[in-house]
Structure formats: C-alpha cells, structure tokens
Ligand binder design. Structure first.
Ligand SMILES: [Zn+2]
Length: 252
C-alpha cells in the first residue's frame, strides 16, 4: 500500500482519463493520492476531484510562479478553500528562483502569508523550493513553523540533513531514478522516518518511462529505487513512507 503525496491530476493529460489513472493506481497498490493545486482556479478543481474519488485528497495554495496578479481577496478565498472536506495541506507554496514568471519580492510576500495561514490553521505545508534554499529556510525560521514537506527535493545531502533535523519531511520523485549522484546522496541522507514518495505527475517520469506521462501507478518504481539506494527491503520503504504520509497529512 502506497500514498502518492504529490500529483497534479488537474493537467489535461491526466484529467481527461482520470477514472483509468485511478484504476491503474489502485492496481499498483497506490491507495491514496494527493491532488495538489497551484492557484485559486486549480484549487477549485482539486476540491471537485476529492468529492468524486474516495482515494483522492486535496492540497490548495498558490505556487510561487502563480504569485503575480492575484485578486486582493486571495487570502480569504484561500481560507475558504482550506476549510473544505478532504483538504489536507496548504500547497504547493514556496519560492522558485529558477524561473521568473513572478517577481522574487512577490513570491516572498505570498509565500510568507501562506505560511502564516498554515500555522494559524495547524495545517501541513507542501513546499516548492527551486534554487531558493537559503530564503526558504530563513522565512520558515522567522515565522517559526516547520510542519512541511520539501517536495521534489533538489538540494544536496547536507541541506536534506539540516531540514530533517528541523522536523521537515522530504519527498522524492521519479528523478531518483535518473542516476544523479547528488540526488542519490540526498536519498541516503534522509532518515526513513522523514521520507515520503511522490510522482509529481504528469512530470518527472521514472527512467524507462521517460517518454510517457507519469502517473500515480509509477510510485512502486520510485520505492524500488529508494530501497536500492538505502540498501533496505522494498517492503520496509513501502511501510515507512506510507505511515509517514498517513501521519503527516492526517489521512484516513
Ligand atoms: Zn508540483
């Protein structure tokens, strides 16, 4: 039994065949899926999806690259979305200095406000960090809220260690199968009680399927790779990552 802790089932490639995607996930043992929004419009869509599918849960929030040109009442609208059934996290939120669709100052302002909302509501955060490690760490420390998962982890082993010591969780995607030494060492540095699995579907298909759209059914391939990198039995990785996800997101 697995949890795919980060997917974007709102993308047309997945959304147009969602019943099949869910069936294939279940057949692969992936019994719970978190559908993650990136703005107010996709937040509405993920909330619709959780009503239709028992196994789907929602995270709602504003992605750093969607932080520009928000309506002035976005915080109230976000709070309303967060109060809906099966909404289990604020996400995905964070900073992305790799691309510049939204100015850095805007990203920081919107990220900060969403951490404060998550803290106030006691909700976990799904964090997006692209080339922004220092600012992410500093802003979270200023607000003093550490209930988050660094999704699609892209830092090195030392940063992984530093963040898990603070209490953060780390999740890995199909990028663990690409043979990148830095990622391999980061996987090895994260203790099993802080590790979660995600496909980030439709992105980052595992090796061997890179010309396909990835989907939750591929989670066991990521678990296999992590078990190999950590020299652990597959079942140990399966049990620990599933338990971490159930606890962290308070899933039923
Ligand atoms: Zn994502």
């Amino acid at each position: 039994m697995f949890v795919d802790t980060h997917t974007h089932l709102t993308y047309p490639t997945l959304r147009d065949q969602l019943p099949d995607v869910i069936d294939r996930a279940k057949a692969a043992g992936v019994t719970r899926i978190i559908n993650v929004a990136t703005d107010l419009a996709s937040s509405e869509i993920v909330i619709e999806s959780v009503a239709k599918y028992d196994c789907v849960y929602a995270a709602v929030g504003i992605h750093p690259q969607d932080s520009a040109n928000l309506p002035s009442d976005w915080p109230e609208r976000l709070r309303e979305l967060l109060s809906q059934p099966k909404v289990v996290a604020v996400g995905e939120i964070g900073l992305d200095y790799y691309r510049d669709f939204s100015p850095k100052e805007t990203q920081i302002k919107i990220f900060r406000e969403q951490i404060i909302i998550a803290k106030e509501l006691g909700l976990p955060m799904i964090l997006h960090d692209r080339q922004a490690h220092d600012d992410i760490k500093q802003i979270l420390a200023e607000i003093g809220y550490y209930r988050g998962v660094l999704h699609c982890f892209s830092g090195n082993a030392a940063f992984a260690q530093e963040m898990t010591d603070l209490g953060f969780y780390i999740s890995f995607t199909g990028n663990t199968t690409y043979g990148n030494k830095k990622t391999d060492l980061a996987v090895q540095a994260v203790s099993l009680d802080k590790l979660m699995l995600e496909t980030d579907a439709p992105f980052l298909a595992p090796e061997g399927k890179r010309n396909e759209t990835t989907e939750p059914a591929n989670i066991p391939l990521i678990a296999t790779k992590i078990a190999e990198l950590k020299s652990l039995p597959f079942e140990t990785v399966e049990a620990a990552t599933t338990q971490n996800a159930l606890t962290f997101f308070h899933l039923q």
